[in-house]
Design a protein around this ligand. Structure first.
Ligand code: SF4
Length: 181
């Protein structure tokens, strides 16, 4: 797969099939915007990440480079961010408060249908194994809601975050996001 070279400047924008032009502040932001737009106007979700990079690299062939088959954002190491979030969460585990299983389940169902979910496990097998280990320790005795993708907006692992009693978040999150303030 060809992706933009992170060391070169490229306009972060994408023209959708319906000719709507989306502009992002980062590649991750642009992907979120395209996903949200398609969900909002009931268009098929497609694969915004792949479509954006294909279009950008077709228009700027000299500014892209080959990367592994795993889908990895050139400017956003989601796997590292998620692992760091899990590590920080584990470090503060004594102060963690958990919500009820019913609420965690409800949240997990919302995340499961969220257009902001992004694959990250394929980017680094060791990171995925470490993340699973931390998750198993944090959620000992609790139900695991399987979710192979991560929250691309909050850079968190929803398998764990749905269980945590955390303050709501301000910002550009989907209207039905359970973390939205
Ligand atoms: S936490 Fe919110 S934005 Fe993130 S995946 Fe879940 S519903 Fe989507």
């Amino acid at each position: 797969m060809r992706v933009p070279n992170p060391h070169l400047y490229l306009p972060i924008e994408f023209r959708d099939e319906d000719l709507r032009v989306h502009v992002g502040t980062s590649w991750a932001d642009l992907i979120d915007k395209v996903r949200d737009y398609r969900a909002r106007v009931s268009k098929p979700p497609g694969n915004p990440e792949q479509e954006i990079f294909e279009q950008v690299c077709k228009n700027n062939p000299g500014s892209c480079r080959e990367t592994s088959a795993d889908r990895v954002l050139p400017t956003d190491d989601l796997h590292k961010r998620i692992l760091r979030w899990l590590s920080n969460t584990a470090e503060g585990r004594k102060k963690l408060r958990f919500v009820s299983e019913a609420l965690a389940r409800e949240r997990a169902a919302i995340c499961a249908g969220c257009p902001r979910l992004r694959g990250w496990r394929g980017a680094c097998g060791t990171c995925a194994a470490s993340a699973d280990k931390i998750m198993n320790e944090l959620l000992k005795g609790k139900t695991h809601f399987d979710q192979p993708r991560g929250c691309g907006s909050l850079r968190e692992d929803p398998r764990v975050s749905v269980w945590l009693d955390q303050p709501p978040v301000l910002g550009n999150l989907p209207a039905n996001c359970w973390r939205k303030a």
